[in-house]
Design a binder for this molecule. Structure first.
Ligand SMILES: NC(=O)c1ccc[n+]([C@@H]2O[C@H](COP(=O)([O-])OP(=O)(O)OC[C@H]3O[C@@H](n4cnc5c(N)ncnc54)[C@H](O)[C@@H]3O)[C@@H](O)[C@H]2O)c1
Length: 370
């Protein structure tokens, strides 16, 4: 018998830049020329059918013009494509084209693209580098930053994935201009969530500037992009792997993720989170962590933004209660909620614990009320 010890202590520096600006394709090309991907000379652009013509083709052509090898892989736009099957199809197509560990991946699109491509990058050839070029407000506000990557399963959203940090994130505010209004509004939901959990002055700003943001006022949109990044990376820097604090980013997501699946993705992610925000606030009010006035203020902002605050009639509420048990936060068979404390803070239930078990009867009561 013999025993060997494999010493594998690691010091990892996964730091990266987030660049916020307008029309950042040239910046991306300059960064690649300057060695963002080291000496790699082959690139894979992953995008969806809507973003292909808006940004994908252009990025592909610029890469080729500079002299790199590049191909684009496109999947059908929408949450229903965020699956293992889509990932597998792209992987097979990449292998077919001869890509191995020698490539870098450029994810161009909204959160569906960045989640799927980031996961794919983490497993392709046991991991190749990637960047996110975020083209939706939701991806800018949340999905493209922080290193959570995943695909959905028939049971629930985001159940299979990796923590995988990009080499850089590009937040192109100009891209929001071509977003359908409903998608822009959906992006505001994670923005309002950030304000609710971390920054009351940002909440005040949103109350006063929703119309300016929806009409793409430059200064208002830049403020939104910067505040979202600041709030998110402040959390992620302290708890990258969600051992404690990072749970707070799940505010509104216990009911939100469940209702997104039960609606069969008729509700967009941000719309589902908006309804989930109402659910967690109702519980917060019942426990005395929020006043009714604070609840009404947040609800009014969600409504003013055009986000839904009631459960649509087509949702089977009992099915929704059952679906709460597919949430990643479930522990010892108990549904857990992150709860808001006033506006701009969350409840820390004990040191480093930011979610609490909630009885099914209370969750059901709240779901029946909304
Ligand atoms: N990883 C994370 O931390 C995290 C956080 C929040 C949300 N998410 C995920 O993000 C996803 C939602 O993101 P999303 O709302 O960006 O979804 P999305 O990627 O589906 O984009 C929304 C729609 O807008 C289109 N689109 C994208 N950019 C466009 C542009 N510039 N102009 C016109 N149309 C454009 C897309 O084709 C799509 O139809 C969900 O899957 C959610 O789970 C991930």
């Amino acid at each position: 018998m013999s025993e060997f010890r494999v010493e594998l202590k690691k010091v990892i520096d996964d730091s990266y830049n987030i660049e916020i600006g307008y029309d950042l394709v040239e910046r991306l090309m300059n960064d690649i020329r300057d060695g963002l991907f080291g000496s790699k000379h082959r690139f894979v652009v992953i995008t969806d059918t809507n973003v292909r013509d808006l940004y994908g083709e252009r990025i592909l052509n610029e890469l080729k013009t500079i002299g790199y090898g590049a191909d684009m892989f496109v999947f059908e736009a929408g949450e229903k494509s965020k699956t293992r099957k889509t990932k597998e199809e792209i992987e097979d197509a990449m292998l077919e084209k001869g890509y191995r560990r020698d490539c870098g991946i450029i994810a161009v699109g909204g959160g569906v693209v960045t989640d799927l491509a980031g996961f794919l990058a983490g497993t392709f050839g046991r991991g190749v580098p990637f960047v996110n070029y975020a083209t939706t407000m939701l991806a800018a506000a949340d999905a493209s930053v922080g290193g959570k990557t995943a695909v959905d399963t028939p049971l629930a959203t985001n159940l299979i994935g990796l923590f995988n940090q990009p080499k850089k994130v590009y937040i192109d505010i100009a891209a929001w201009k071509s977003l359908p209004k409903r998608q822009l509004i959906s992006g505001l939901s994670e923005t309002i969530k950030h304000a609710c959990l971390a920054d009351v002055s940002f909440f005040d700003f949103l109350e006063g500037n929703i119309d300016a943001i929806l009409s793409m006022d430059k200064i208002a949109c830049e403020h939104v992009a910067e505040a979202n990044c600041r709030i998110k990376y402040n959390v992620v820097m302290q708890d990258e792997l969600e051992n404690g604090l990072r749970e707070i980013l799940n505010l509104g997501h216990t009911v939100g993720r469940a209702i997104e699946t039960v609606s069969d993705y008729r509700l967009l992610h941000g719309e589902a989170v908006s309804i989930g925000m109402i659910a967690q606030m109702k519980i917060s009010v019942k426990y005395g962590y929020m006043t009714v006035e604070e609840f009404n203020r947040v609800k009014a902002l969600l409504n003013k933004s055009g986000l839904p605050t009631a459960i649509p009639d087509y949702i089977d509420r009992e099915e929704l209660v059952k679906k709460l048990y597919t949430d990643k936060k479930v522990r010892d068979g108990k549904i857990r909620f992150v709860l808001q404390k006033g506006i701009g803070d969350v409840v820390e239930f004990e040191k480093g614990v930011f979610s609490a078990p909630i009885e099914e009867s209370l969750a059901r009561e709240v779901i029946m009320e909304i």
